[in-house]
Design a protein around this ligand. Structure first.
Ligand SMILES: *Cc1c(COP(=O)(O)O)cnc(C)c1O
Length: 427
């Protein structure tokens, strides 16, 4: 079968090739791009010897038109993604997939670095302004991912005072071609501004594109670590397919997992682990789709009231299918702190608050008698949240050198009210 085209979740746009979906971000009718079909995994994919090798082969089915895909993926995914087994307590068979060893210490480096390189290749030097709303981690991953990509200017929007000190530092550290904007509002306000900018504001020069997980270019690379982890477990002789536990906010990561499954990965099911922003778990329990504002929690990168990728999930699956494939869990801040402490006490593993939400969801699943292999996606390095981790576990996480050196670097940021006019001045 030929490579997929991309259609809008709202059905009001013509199918477009990947390049257009990638560069436009949002479909012209305001919907999100979804593939017309999911290519089957290439024969022998399990024999890949490294993540980048696997990535080159799998993405070639999606993106046959992209030159030197192997080298691109190898350059983007230049950091390890270890699968760490937990031992002790009731944790046997639970693995943590550490996705946080990239330059900005969150899993967003995987999608953002790959997408930035795909965009660079697609643009060939044409000027573009990339708009990214961030609840904490996206912005720095995107800014870092685009470092050195010619013709690209990045504008970051983050909710003022609602990201951690480390996250903020990573966002505002001075970079060529990056403008950081602290928005007087919530993350949902930032997302709304980005959407408005797409429909109403155009940059003075070149095109406008988005780097949020509404961009399909971030989701495709995220399918790769599901495949890689599934393969690693199979090689290690695990009994039965794994259940994936996904600390979730905008549901981009979860959507990527379902695409990997659609391609042919054997999956026992998914657990969507949310913090107090529990609109999606409620929806899975039979409630209405989430509509409310977000509340602030310890796992701030998951503070999303209205997950943008739910629209995508609901166009890929019926609500009934979704409810049988995915189970939702909501974890309070108290439970998150208890989870960090418990896991450290029982296994010696030090988790950040986002991963701890996932670990708590895994523990509950074990408590219900779910005995099969489980893979908890670890989405951030504990050193990104040193205060919360130390307060919970009594141990300070060790900061990698690239974090420590941030505090000496010059910074640059502007504060704006959450209005389109204020944003327009920066486009
Ligand atoms: C973005 C983020 C999440 C949520 O991922 P989604 O794809 O938005 O569901 C979870 N944890 C961390 C650390 C993040 O940065």
């Amino acid at each position: 079968m030929s490579a997929p085209l991309y259609v809008s979740t709202r059905g009001g746009a013509d199918p477009v090739p990947f390049r257009e979906a990638l560069l436009d971000g949002l479909a012209p009718d305001g919907g999100l791009y979804v593939p017309t079909h999911v290519p089957a995994l290439p024969a022998g994919w399990q024999s890949a010897t490294a993540l980048a090798d696997l990535g080159g082969r799998v993405l070639a089915e999606w993106l046959p038109e992209v030159d030197r895909l192997d080298a691109l993926v190898m350059d983007a995914l230049s950091f390890p993604i270890p699968l760490v087994p937990l031992r002790g307590g009731g944790w046997d068979g639970v693995h943590v997939l550490e996705l946080f060893h990239g330059p900005t210490l969150s899993f967003k480096d995987v999608g953002a670095r790959t997408m930035a390189r795909l965009m660079g290749a697609a643009l060939g030097g044409e000027p573009v302004t990339i708009l990214a709303a961030t609840s904490g981690d996206t912005g720095s991953a995107v800014a870092s991912g685009f470092e050195g990509v010619e013709g690209v200017r990045v504008v970051l929007l983050y909710p003022m005072g609602q990201v951690s000190a480390v996250q903020e530092r990573q966002l505002i550290v001075e970079r060529d071609n990056v403008q950081a904007l602290a928005v007087e509002g919530t993350f949902d306000d930032c997302q709304r501004l980005v959407k408005q900018a797409f429909s109403e504001a155009r940059p003075a020069k070149g095109r406008l594109s988005s780097a949020n997980s509404i961009n399909i270019g971030r989701l495709l690379p995220q399918t790769l670590y599901y495949l890689w982890a599934g393969r690693e477990l199979a090689v290690a002789g695990a009994e039965g397919p794994p259940a994936f536990v996904v600390p979730s906010g905008n549901l981009g990561n979860l959507t990527a997992g379902t695409l990997a499954m659609r391609g042919g990965l054997d999956v026992a099911g998914f657990l969507a682990a949310h913090n107090a922003n529990d609109g999606f778990p409620r929806f899975l329990d039979g409630g209405d789709p989430p509509a409310g504002d977000s509340v602030r929690t310890l796992s701030n990168a998951m503070d999303v009231g209205v997950p943008s990728n739910l629209e995508r999930l609901r166009s890929l699956f019926s609500d009934d299918q979704l409810r049988s494939l995915v189970r939702g869990e909501a974890v309070t801040d108290e439970e998150t702190t208890a989870s960090m402490r418990r896991v450290h006490d029982e296994t010696g593993y030090l988790a950040d608050p986002h991963t701890a939400v996932g670990l708590e969801a895994a523990r509950r699943a074990r408590g219900r008698g779910e005995a099969g292999p489980m893979i908890v996606l670890s989405t951030a390095h504990p050193a990104k949240f040193p205060e919360a981790v130390e307060a919970a576990a009594g141990v300070a996480p060790e900061a990698p050198e690239r974090l420590a050196s941030l505090w000496d670097a010059p910074v640059s940021v502007e504060t704006i009210p959450s209005t389109l006019d204020a944003l327009r001045a920066h486009l």
